[in-house]
Design a protein around this ligand. Structure first.
Ligand code: HEC
Length: 141
């Protein structure tokens, strides 16, 4: 009887530990995604729109329409290519095969804002881009 009670107690403790650690993981995911959303609203919404659908207020001044960023996966057979999107934002991946690039190069700008080309500034810039990619992954339809 006693041992059953203690087994039951251990079971509850284990369940609580599993539950709290999954809550912590979720909270951390949210931290990254909302950080990315903040960056997005500050830097990207003017062109890509507050909802990512490509209807930002600057659209009328652009010769190429900003992409609908909620459809990246859909346009790619349902697959969100995390690192390709990263490189597009960073600026090392051409968005189109030809022509001039209309999409600003954020890698260089974030690094300039971090005031350096040392590893610390580089990882600060990379972190901001990563947050953006996680946010975009989150808004795929
Ligand atoms: C000055 C307007 C402008 C701003 C600001 C801007 N973009 Fe873009 N973006 C574009 C245009 C235009 C395209 C279409 C591709 C091209 O350049 O030919 C594009 C394309 C993209 C693509 C490629 C989509 C695809 O389907 O492959 C991604 C990803 C993207 N932008 C993300 C971002 C993010 C993240 C930000 C903010 C950090 C941002 N953009 C800010 C104009 C902008």
């Amino acid at each position: 009887m006693d041992s059953n009670i203690s087994k039951c107690f251990l079971g509850i403790v284990a369940a609580v530990i599993v539950w709290t650690s999954s809550q912590v993981a979720l909270a951390q995911e949210w931290e990254v995604i909302t950080g990315g959303e903040l960056e997005y609203q500050n830097h990207c919404a003017v062109c890509h729109g507050v909802d990512g659908k490509g209807h930002g207020i600057m659209t009328k001044f652009l010769t190429i329409s900003p992409s609908d960023l909620t459809q990246i996966a859909k346009r790619n057979a349902g697959r969100f290519s995390f690192w390709q999107v990263y490189r597009v934002i960073d600026g090392r991946e051409e968005v189109r095969g030809h022509g001039t690039r209309k999409m600003p190069i954020w890698g260089a700008r974030f690094q300039a804002e971090a005031k350096g080309s040392d590893p610390g500034s580089q990882s600060q810039a990379a972190g901001r881009i990563l947050g953006l990619v996680f946010y975009l992954q989150h808004i795929q339809e």
